[in-house]
Design a protein around this ligand. Structure first.
Ligand code: CP
Ligand code: NVA
Length: 310
């Protein structure tokens, strides 16, 4: 092992796990979800503590990690920039050294990926990315699980990404590379997905379209996200103009596969990136997608802390 390399398994981006680890995690999620649905108690993380650090707002990530950890017998400490020394310029490296001496696992939602990496490099315990400007791996894990639940394997399928070349788009591209599906991408000019930023060298798994309708043609899953991600609020007005034609509507869903699904990580803005009759329509699985955040993250936390079961 090179000096400075760590044996701790972190989940900082989707490509931190291999294809066969995803096969295990997705199957394990189904078991954990079924136990929850059957009201079966399953508490493998008794006496374990998760620290959650939020430098950006959250509803789903906070509730899914917190509820998931309690269900598995553990406990949670929640920190935000405003109520911790992180907001008073304590270095991220020092924070990592301190926090990771007291807890077993850390989940962070922050701005730059480099900040998350700096925390992980100084942490004694596994670190999970709860969203950065660049990536949102837990969300894509939930989205892939949701696709499989509804339609079976995602391998060989086409996922259409309509909108911003953002953290979600980057992570979809990593997932396409690792799980063997094709990503159709359509973004307004100036907001393109950059495979280098996404950290993917294999460009065979991505096809770029100027017109969002063409990206949706034949897709098995159509998905989008807000026009303005957290941290980019100053660009809101310019983005509203640039993204006006990137609203997933019935016309786009009509050229996708007849049984295509619609997904959105939420929160959504009806009438902006998605029409109300699509997100609230029969092809939308957004509520399953949100619920599945909790189930996949329970499987992920179990995997990072205990390893494979069975
Ligand atoms: N999708 C998602 O991460 O939602 P929150 O911002 O509410 O956590
Ligand atoms: N791309 C969005 C996702 C929110 C869950 C953002 O970063 O704000």
């Amino acid at each position: 092992m090179k000096p400075g390399m760590s044996l701790i398994k972190h989940y900082l981006q989707f490509k931190d796990l291999r294809t066969e680890e995803y096969a295990y995690l997705l199957a394990r999620t189904a078991v954990i979800k079924q136990r929850f649905k059957n009201y079966e108690k399953y508490t493998p993380l008794v006496d374990r503590t998760l620290a959650m650090i939020f430098e950006k707002a959250s509803t789903r990530t906070r509730v899914s990690f917190e509820a998931g950890m309690y269900q598995m017998g553990g406990s949670v400490v929640n920190l935000t920039t405003g109520d911790s020394q992180l907001g008073r310029a304590e270095p991220i490296e020092d924070s990592a050294k301190v926090i990771s001496r007291m807890v077993d696992l850390v989940m962070i939602r922050t701005y730059e990926q480099t900040k998350l990496e700096a925390f992980a490099a100084n942490s004694r315990v596994p670190v999970i990315n709860g969203l950065t400007n660049e990536y949102h791996p837990c969300q894509i894990l939930a989205d892939v699980f949701t696709y499989i639940e509804h339609r079976g394997s995602i391998q060989g399928k086409v996922v259409a990404w309509v909108g911003d070349g953002n953290n979600m788009a980057n992570t979809w591209l990593q997932a396409a590379d690792i799980l063997g599906f094709t990503l159709h991408v359509s973004t307004p000019s100036g907001y393109e997905l950059d495979p280098k930023v996404a950290g993917v060298s294999n460009t065979n798994c991505v096809k770029v379209f100027k017109n969002p309708l063409d990206a949706c043609r034949g897709a098995h899953l159509v998905t989008t996200d807000v026009w303005t991600s957290m941290g980019y609020e100053a660009e809101n007005e310019a983005r509203k103009t640039a993204f006006a034609d990137w609203c997933v509507d019935r016309e786009m869903m009509a050229v996708a596969q007849p049984d295509a699904l619609f997904m959105h990580c939420l929160p959504a803005h009806r009438g902006e990136e998605v029409a109300a009759d699509v997100i609230d329509g029969p092809q939308s699985v957004v509520w399953d997608e949100a619920e599945n955040r909790m189930h996949v993250q329970k499987a992920l936390m179990e995997y990072l802390l205990i390893g494979r079961i069975g």
